[in-house]
Design a protein around this ligand. Structure first.
Ligand code: GLV
Ligand code: MG
Length: 306
């Protein structure tokens, strides 16, 4: 858990807007993704590539994870996006986000392209990670293979808006519960993505919530995926950042309790503590499985600076 980098809030920034690119540098998001895909009109994409390269090379991003979302492989833009962005700013970039991933071959194709560009530009091979967005029915049925398709994979991301379109969902409010469905219509999809991410040992990220002025509604949606174990969520507006940073970190109370469990179990299993396999912490019985659960909460808490 020690090397976990927080991705509680993942800020979307349209590459076509230099003012937003500049503003994003000072916002308290754990990660930014500079967008060449759906937030950029086709005619604006060439200019957006240049803006993104300039913004990355100018610096000022602090310790944020810097990602660029390229266009998906069915378009005419993907290879040029990757070539220009990684060729122009690879030293100042952490990962490429690949949208609408359909199968493992699409990840492998990006992996090979990245390797060539890294070699051609004197970058360490494997430096640039891949974040795979699952936003179609086909992507979801292949998500396990996608998660294992490349060593570069760092996150599996749910793209709810495109996904709702892909499966003909009868709703226009992205990621939200619907009065006509007695449960959470996204639970199955979120769990599939989470299982693939955890089996592969990478982070699972929830996608956007479009009603950007309704922060309580954002919180409601975010709390559900955070509870399942998701590591973070996209934020489309500065107003959503603090909420995501709080919701995807453990509460201070849970974090303190996790550290207490770890200390108590360490002591109980030690020579001096009697080499016990289980112990009492107040009224709670703790054992090796408690230690594992506590490690997850403590790891997320430490990464979030609690
Ligand atoms: C994000 O890309 C989405 O489609 O929800
Ligand atoms: Mg999408």
């Amino acid at each position: 858990m020690a090397e976990l980098r927080s991705r509680r809030s993942n800020l979307a920034v349209p590459g076509s807007n230099p003012r937003f690119l500049e503003k994003a540098k000072g916002l308290p998001a754990d990660q930014v993704f500079l967008d060449l895909e759906d937030a950029c009109a086709p005619l604006a994409k060439p200019g957006a590539r240049k803006n993104i390269v300039a913004a990355l090379n100018e610096g000022g991003w602090g310790d944020k994870i810097r990602t660029v979302r390229v266009n998906d492989w069915t378009t005419e833009w993907t290879f040029q996006d990757v070539l220009e962005v990684v060729g122009g700013a690879g030293a100042n970039l952490d990962a490429i986000m690949l949208p609408k991933v359909q199968d493992a071959a699409q990840v492998k194709a990006l992996d090979m392209l990245l390797t060539q560009i890294e070699k051609a530009n004197g970058l360490e091979v494997g430096k640039i990670g891949i974040e795979a967005q699952i936003e179609t029915a086909q992507g979801l049925i292949n998500v396990n293979d996608i998660a294992f398709a490349s060593d570069r994979i760092e996150t599996i991301i749910f793209g709810p808006a495109d996904f709702m379109a892909s499966i003909n969902m009868k709703s226009l409010v992205v990621g939200a519960l619907h009065p006509d469905y007695p449960g959470d219509p996204f639970h199955y999809i979120l769990m599939q993505i989470l299982m693939a991410a955890r089996a592969r040992g990478v982070q699972a990220i929830d996608g956007p919530f479009l009603q950007v002025r309704d922060v309580p509604a954002f919180e409601e949606v975010a709390k559900r995926s955070a509870m399942l174990g998701f590591d973070g969520k996209w934020v489309l507006h500065p107003g959503q950042i603090d909420a995501a940073n709080e919701i995807y970190a453990p509460s201070q109370e849970d974090y303190d309790h996790a550290e207490l469990i770890l200390d108590a179990y360490d002591w109980a299993t030690s020579e001096a503590g009697g080499k016990k396999g289980s112990a009492m912490l107040g009224d709670e019985m703790i054992d090796e499985a408690s230690r594992k659960m506590a490690l997850v909460i403590a790891g997320k808490g430490r990464a979030a600076g609690l």
